[in-house]
Design a protein around this ligand. Structure first.
Ligand code: 16C
Length: 258
């Protein structure tokens, strides 16, 4: 950044993440902005063909049937509203590797390949095999970010975690027993506060979190379309219900993290 003379106000705000020094940074920043813009759009605003395939209380899951080179790559968009938790808390539990085995039921093994900064890491994960397909693995960067609340300037900030496939020279694709999958995932969280009318302090009863989860997974190699669609129809709702229940349970006796 340009050196500032005393009293001068910077034109561009300072970078918010030390990850800006890393070669992956331009891609991280571009993909995060693009994914957040898409996630903020309502189901009617982001193209046609969305079908509701799962609904449970406040949770709604939509998919669009898409194939690339004969492989199912159906985009998913899910919305959920969960009482008693904040967006910052939801993103912490989704991003932080120390909690991942607690909620990620398809996971077989996770390794942190690189910690770029507190909010940006590269992961290698192997997932459970789905018969009759080969086992899958995935290498992706993961970035967590606070976003200004565009609608209500005084309201809590929004938070996001974006996961996006990347390459690793030490772990090349399809070198072992696993087939490499490619994914782009965006978790976008908006906290709502419903202040008590009698002026008592805000408790967990007065907060809720609107969660948007968008995902595109390319299976990377042959997998029967019918099996794959049956698996994600079962696994995505299971994931979102289990993960959010986990965050509620972990935070219930903790101070609220806005
Ligand atoms: O976003 C989620 N998790 C993050 C942290 O782990 C991260 C990782 C996502 C990996 C998602 C793909 C994993 C699929 C592997 C195979 C599934 C095995 C099922 C075994 C059942 C006994 O972003 C939450 C992810 C929630 C995953 C739901 C499952 C989606 C299935 C999509 C189809 C994958 C193609 C597999 C080809 C055989």
């Amino acid at each position: 950044r340009d050196k500032l003379k005393t009293g001068q106000i910077p034109v561009t705000p300072p970078p918010t993440s030390p990850a800006v020094q890393h070669p992956l940074w331009p891609e991280v920043d571009r993909v995060v902005k693009q994914q957040v813009t898409m996630a903020k759009m309502g189901i009617g605003e982001c193209g046609t063909g969305w079908q509701l395939f799962a609904e449970d209380g406040e949770m709604k899951m939509y998919r669009r049937e898409e194939e690339v080179d004969g492989m199912v790559v159906d985009p998913l968009k899910a919305v959920h509203v969960v009482k008693g938790i904040t967006g910052h808390e939801v993103c912490n539990y989704f991003f932080n590797p120390k909690y991942r085995y607690d909620w990620e039921t398809t996971l077989e093994h996770m390794t942190v390949l690189e910690t770029i900064s507190d909010d940006t890491m590269v992961f290698l994960q192997t997932h459970k095999r789905i018969w009759p397909a080969s086992q899958r693995d995935v290498v992706f960067w993961s970035h967590m970010r606070k976003l200004p609340n565009g609608q209500d300037r005084d309201g809590p900030d929004m938070w996001t975690v974006v996961n996006n496939s990347t390459e690793s020279s030490e772990h090349p694709a399809n070198a072992g027993k696993c087939v490499r999958i490619y994914l782009t995932v965006c978790l976008l969280c908006q906290t709502r506060v419903h202040p008590p009318k009698d002026g008592t302090p805000i408790s967990r009863d007065n907060v809720s979190c609107k969660i948007t989860y968008c995902s595109v997974v390319n299976p990377g190699g042959w997998a029967p379309a019918s099996v794959l669609r049956a698996v994600y129809k079962r696994e995505y709702p299971k994931f979102l219900k289990r993960f959010t229940a986990y965050v509620v349970n972990q935070t219930k006796n903790q101070p609220i993290l806005f």
